[in-house]
Design a protein around this ligand. Structure first.
Ligand SMILES: [Zn+2]
Length: 500
């Protein structure tokens, strides 16, 4: 062992593959059980593992060095719910409600997506994840209406050097139907038995609350295969307490189960979730706009439910967990203040802290996926590491409160280096070994195809849904002493000066 390793400042080429790598002199957010923060510290990566965390680490000869001074070294972020195929329609539904989303994808146009369209969205979303420091992404892939769609989704994920979980789903059929398909079962088994721990598997479907509980057969398949279920629960107007009760009464709520949103639920459901050990995936940016219900951050704290964060879909938002953390703190704090104001009270101490949402985004995601080898920077864990550093940015200093800095100051453009499974996939602000040009062409082909299929008028209407009501009327205002639109009144010298 020697000190130092091969020096490497910013601006140089990416560190050579296949050699140990050390981040030198950063502020290290370990996200370990004690929430240890180390200043001027190093993180050593050897092969696919973290081999050391501390100050002045001795490293093997030939170790590549990344200058982390002035930056924050933290675990890779984890998104536990993203419909990656929808990234091919990035930003199209910026002004949608959940109803408009359902109509567009579930009822009208989801079926039009071909296997190559699923692949196009997935590949772009997967690359976007790496770029933003999201090292593990759950692909909540619920439009796999043939097995070819499933294979295409998988191929696209495998073509990108990130960590993914294919959550297999199909909104075009009942979950009791498509889980009975031998081809689907065999793909699920293949994923389950895959030795490559960069690809996980879940079964993704929702429970409507139908008293006949037709989803039971799908749960039985998942249980038989030993694959966790992820489900949109507590979505206003779509899923509710009945679904949770049916799952519980039939013994399908397990510690591996992920409840996405879990917004519009009552105490009874939160207690069933807490008692059975499952976790909630909070997608605050989605919940704020779409209308599933308020992000259940107060409830998860009250009932002691494990939490992870997620972005849901890039048809509205980006796949950027900095946004997820910021939205989650903002929404929780707004609710806390508003509830207090309705009681005539003032909040003097906030309940949810920046450290907590970063923990949800890292170790919370790891726990939700049953991956205790991810989510923190500790010796022996998998080397999924992010360096947030941007010396050219006036927002990069002073670096006082590192948790607050990540959540409220940093953004995806400040992601300097990303390591997944010991491999450098982004360095000095640029993706390594990823060519965007073919990905762009692939997505453009999908957009062109969908646009032609849907037709120009429906395409435009889908993007800019009309508002049925007239523009909001401006209310009469007693302080408006002059009607500026009325020349005759203005000329008459009738103005009064308010407050005097
Ligand atoms: Zn979703």
């Amino acid at each position: 062992m020697s000190l130092p390793g091969t020096a490497r400042g910013s601006g140089g080429g990416a560190p050579a593959a296949g050699r140990p790598l050390v981040f030198r002199g950063g502020t290290v957010l370990t996200m370990d059980d004690a929430s240890t923060v180390l200043r001027d510290a190093d993180v050593l990566v050897v092969d696919d593992r973290i081999a050391g965390v501390g100050q002045g680490l001795a490293v093997p000869d030939g170790t590549e060095e990344v200058d982390a001074r002035g930056g924050i070294v933290m675990p890779g972020m984890i998104d536990t719910h993203r419909h990656m195929w929808q990234t091919a329609m990035r930003g199209y539904g910026a002004d949608w409600t959940l109803t408009q989303y359902f109509v567009w994808y579930y009822l009208e146009h989801g079926r039009r997506f071909r296997p190559q369209d699923i692949a196009a969205g997935n590949r772009l979303a997967a690359i976007e994840s790496l770029d933003a420091g999201v090292t593990t992404t759950v692909d909540w892939s619920h439009n796999l209406h043939t097995i070819d769609h499933g294979e295409a989704a998988l191929e696209a994920l495998r073509s990108v050097p990130g960590r993914f979980v294919l959550a297999y789903g199909n909104i075009q059929a009942g979950p009791w139907e498509w889980t009975a398909d031998p081809a689907v079962r065999s793909l699920l088994e293949r994923l389950r038995d895959d030795a490559d721990d960069r690809m996980g598997v879940q079964v993704a479907f929702d429970v409507t609350g139908d008293p006949a509980f037709p989803e039971k057969a799908a749960f039985e398949v998942a249980r038989e295969l030993g694959i966790p279920v992820t489900t949109h629960a507590g979505v206003w107007g779509a899923t509710n307490d009945d679904g949770i009760r049916l799952m519980h009464e039939n013994g399908f709520m397990t510690p591996e189960t992920v409840y996405v949103h879990a917004s519009t639920l009552t105490r009874d459901s939160y207690q069933r979730i807490a008692a059975t050990g499952g976790s909630i995936s909070v997608a605050t940016e989605s919940e704020c706009s779409a209308g599933q219900g308020h992000a259940p951050t107060e409830q998860v704290l009250q009932y002691g439910i494990p939490v992870s964060l997620s972005m849901d879909t890039s048809v509205w938002w980006s796949g950027d967990m900095f946004s997820a953390m910021r939205a989650t703190l903002n929404a929780d704090r707004m609710a806390e203040h508003m509830d207090a104001h309705l009681r005539g009270d003032t909040i003097t101490h906030l309940r949810l802290r920046a450290q907590q949402v970063l923990a949800w985004t890292t170790r919370g995601g790891a726990a939700a996926l049953g991956r205790d080898d991810l989510g923190s920077l500790q010796e022996g864990k998998k080397a999924d590491v992010v360096l947030v550093k941007n010396d050219a940015s006036p927002v990069s200093f002073p670096l006082l409160n590192p948790y607050g800095h990540v959540v409220f100051q940093a953004q995806r453009g400040d992601v300097h280096t990303v390591v997944v499974d010991g491999r450098v996939v982004k360095y000095d602000g640029r993706l390594v070994g990823i060519d965007l040009a073919p990905v762009r062409r692939e997505v453009e082909a999908t957009v062109e195809y969908l646009r032609a299929e849907i037709g120009e008028e429906a395409w435009e209407q889908g993007m800019f849904p009309e508002r049925p009501e007239a523009e909001a009327e401006i209310l009469e205002n007693p302080y408006q002493y002059t009607d500026y639109k009325d020349e005759s009144k203005r000329a008459g010298g009738e103005e009064r000066v308010l407050g005097r």
